[in-house]
Design a protein around this ligand. Structure first.
Ligand code: AMP
Length: 490
């Protein structure tokens, strides 16, 4: 089960949380289109509305009107192939002896099954096969004996994997990021309260100010009256494992993640792509929307230097940036594509070339990534059908050779075109004149991080967590379960 999602939590001074949560979820819709949900608490009682569908479909005025309370959390969930299942829709809620809990989770645990078995063995009944419910039950159990901070720390010592969580415990809202900070989570200040959200674009939507990223291993507890927050660094870690793919594809370009504006990162990756493997063609065009910032950075760099790295002559403008592919905005990521045939049809529905910008020209086509190779194969063919003289493909990320276990719904290893093909074999498969990917070292360099501080599992096959049957690139220990918690009581 992979969970590629958006989470949010707010605590306000005297104003209901439902509408700000609703707008924030709208801003995070790109992170998940399968289900949406909000849980609020009015000091006495928890209110919940969680359904399958887009944010705009799931909530109407009357739904928001009954979500009372100044504190709450929200969630949008990404569709994962084959598992369109309402039991996994979130926030997940559970009521127990010492109150009610709500949980929104982005990420994926590696040891959820072990914890589920252990808890089931002592009488916990589970209603889904998702790992979020496992975290909720573990936390609920700890809260019977410990205060909130200690209970969270205790649970963090038992779960292994990636998680950015917003949690409501009655009318207290908290946010937690896993010790390696794999998934993003940030803190913002609103006029009358505080917000925790997967991406800063959600804070902007509410006219708030980004305070900072939640630190890896940190717990933030929002004060009930919206006046402030408390921070607890529950786990220290030498290295981070920020997902590089958030910067490359997943996050909104207008979000700031781990102190980097995503748009700027993509433009700089595009610039580096030109420096590494630029090719002098008549035009460069993006695959909309994913390749746009890369292509603009690429064209910018190409206007300054030649593909050989020489400064351009005054009268040489470089490679012209052109929008040669138009996107049908009404074909969302929700398009259900279980078969290869349907995936190919979807590309054609989604993108249509502008013949006059392509005909007779040599073209560089830029995208952020190649997953199965369906999009690139189709687009190269489409451009050639429109009369392109040559099509050169440039990709703003390295080859994706291995699956993601950390929360990005990518594809199985067998489906990934680069898992068993060389770059030249892929070039042949997509029928391009040339193909080049950005190197892994350049990605780390452009993002301003050491390789060891990024999760590069999908491009190296080495993961920052201990996953059965896979290699890890660092010294990580999967917790041994049992009565002895890893982080509590120290
Ligand atoms: P493919 O056609 O399978 O090679 O997919 C490549 C296209 O899908 C590119 O245009 C990417 O921007 C986009 N893409 C990359 N990763 C994902 C993902 N996890 N989910 C959906 N689309 C993606």
């Amino acid at each position: 089960m992979t969970e590629k999602c958006g989470v949010v939590g707010v605590s306000l001074d005297g104003r209901d949380a439902a509408r700000p949560l609703y707008y924030a979820l709208y801003a995070l819709q790109h992170r998940g289109q399968e289900s949406a949900g909000i849980i609020t608490h009015d000091g006495f009682q928890q209110h919940s509305h969680v359904e399958m569908g887009l944010v705009g479909e799931v909530f109407d005025e009357s739904d928001l009107d009954v979500l009372n309370g100044t504190a709450g959390i929200g969630h949008v969930r990404y569709p994962t192939a084959g598992s369109v299942d309402s039991s996994c829709a979130q926030p997940f809620s559970v009521s127990f002896k010492s109150g009610s809990l709500g949980l929104s989770h982005n990420g994926n645990l590696v040891n959820a099954d072990e914890i589920r078995d252990e808890l089931a063995g002592v009488g916990h009944a589970f209603t889904s096969d998702g790992d979020t419910e496992v975290i909720a039950h573990d936390l609920a159990r700890n809260l019977l004996e410990e205060d909130l901070v200690r209970a969270v720390k205790h649970t963090m010592g038992r779960i292994h994997g990636s998680y950015a969580l917003t949690i409501s415990h009655d009318d207290t809202v908290l946010g937690v990021r896993d010790p390696q900070g794999n998934r993003p989570l940030c803190l913002g200040k609103l006029e009358d309260g505080y917000i925790l959200a997967s991406e800063s674009a959600a804070i902007d939507t509410l006219d708030g100010d980004l305070v900072r990223d939640v630190r890896p291993g940190e717990l933030i507890v929002l004060e009930k009256d919206g006046q402030g927050y408390d921070s607890y660094q529950l786990v220290e870690n030498d290295n981070t494992a920020h997902c590089f793919f958030e910067h490359v594809y997943f996050a909104r370009p207008d979000s700031v993640i781990d102190e980097t504006l995503v748009y700027e990162a993509r433009r700089n990756l595009g610039r580096r792509l030109w420096e590494e493997s630029g090719v002098e063609t008549d035009v460069v065009m993006p695959v909309p929307d994913s390749g746009r910032a890369f292509a603009s950075g690429y064209a910018d760099a190409a206007s300054e230097t030649t593909a050989d790295g020489e400064m351009r002559e005054e009268d040489d403008d470089g490679v012209e940036f052109a929008e040669g592919l138009m996107k049908n905005r009404y074909v969302g990521r929700t398009f259900i594509m279980p078969t290869q045939d349907e995936r190919e049809r979807a590309v054609r529905l989604k993108l249509n070339p502008i013949k006059s910008t392509v005909e007779g020209k040599t073209v560089t086509l830029i995208d952020d990534s190649i997953v199965r190779g369906t999009t690139s194969t189709q687009l190269v063919q489409l451009l050639k059908d429109c009369g392109a003289a040559e099509v050169h493909m440039r990709i703003g990320a390295p080859e994706i050779v291995a699956p993601c276990y950390m929360g990005i719904d990518m594809a199985t290893r067998e489906e990934l075109i680069a898992s068993d093909k060389t770059v030249d074999q892929i070039r042949t498969a997509i029928d391009a004149e040339s193909l080049a990917y950005l190197s892994t070292d350049s990605v780390a360099d452009v993002l301003g991080k050491d390789r060891i501080d990024l999760c590069l599992g999908c491009v190296t096959g080495n993961y920052p967590y201990e996953i059965d049957g896979e290699e890890t690139d660092r010294d990580v220990t999967r917790p041994e379960l049992g009565d002895q918690p890893m982080y509590a009581d120290d």
